[in-house]
Design a protein around this ligand. Sequence first.
Ligand code: NAD
Ligand code: UDP
Length: 341
Amino acid sequence: MRILLAGGAGYIGSHTAVCLLQAGHDVTIVDNYANSCPEAVRRIEQIAGRKADCFQADVKDRDTLLRIFREKPVDCVIHLAGLKAVGESVRNPIEYYRNNIDTTLSLLEVMRETGVHDFVFSSSATVYGEENPIPYLETMKKGSCSSPYGWTKSMMEQILTDAAAADPELSVVLLRYFNPIGAHPSGLIGEDPQGIPNNLMPYIAQVAVGRREHLTIFGDDYDTPDGTCRRDYIHVCDLAEGHRLAVEYAHEHRGVEIFNLGTGKPCSVLELVHAFEEASGVSIPYVIGPRRDGDLPQFWANADKARAVLGWQAGRGIGEMCRDTWNWQKNNPEGYRGGRI
Ligand code: NAD
Ligand code: UDP
């Protein structure tokens, strides 16, 4: 199959591209490099030993998308192109709604025009909101999101659900990711945030490599076993494998299906820090700071459905996630460096 990865040069897209290329699929990457760079694509090809077709373009731009879909006919779209910084979305909601929702609409329109029916979407555990009990199950009602970023995901799920209800030929798989961390074991691709990292793992990795002095842990007075927040961290290569299976599932089915992609196991901030220290042999200085607005004390996935229906399971543990993150960070202390444009 030929699979178009919108946002395919980014963190999750690059690992997914490698996985798909290695499974024998053809890959088209469309990315405007708003949060990535061409060097990532070069490295995808280096790992996979095969070429991906890559277009630098804005996924909002329908005319350009149409040209790309016609030049390289597509069987399935994976939509990863989005802005994803929670705090930035609070400061700049309009940009987030414009980018995230328009990319989705443009893809749907061009798919309709070119007769492409299979769509896999990068959603997030954030759509469960604040109200649901843990662990989260796909059958739960979506909740109130704590940021415009979260609402874009919730709204895009609704748009895709409505589109599939109106078009019996459309197949939509909504993948609700939990907390992706880790990197490809080659150390060639990984997470490369611009500026100060918002997420825990890249922050720890930058402290380890000497780019930041210490980690601030946002609160140690939560009602959790060690007082720090707990999340369901999942290795990005397991996540990539979930996309490959979702593409195959989308091809065989119609309508909308939702899958949680998580390990089902919670891990606290302090546990992750200690696991990273053990995997890297580097000590991570930290201070305890105030709670961060909008953080939930804890959540994790019930991932039974993905196992039962897709045959998918997250096989890699926290130690491997830390080892592979460290391998990427120590080999690329400044990320892709001059590769950024
Ligand atoms: P990322 O920023 O590394 O990748 C997103 C890619 O999309 C980037 O390469 C960026 O340049 C590109 N992009 C953004 N807007 C674009 C546009 N208009 N046109 C073309 N390209 C555009 O982020 P990621 O971590 O790889 O996340 C991928 C997707 O998964 C995002 O939609 C994100 O919201 C979602 N997600 C991520 C996480 C996470 O923790 N990383 C969790 C849940 C969901
Ligand atoms: N966190 C932290 N310090 C940081 C970044 C994150 O203590 O510098 C905590 C954060 O409060 C949360 C957990 O780490 O409890 C995971 O945060 P992240 O932003 O990675 O994921 P999300 O909040 O989106 O689940």
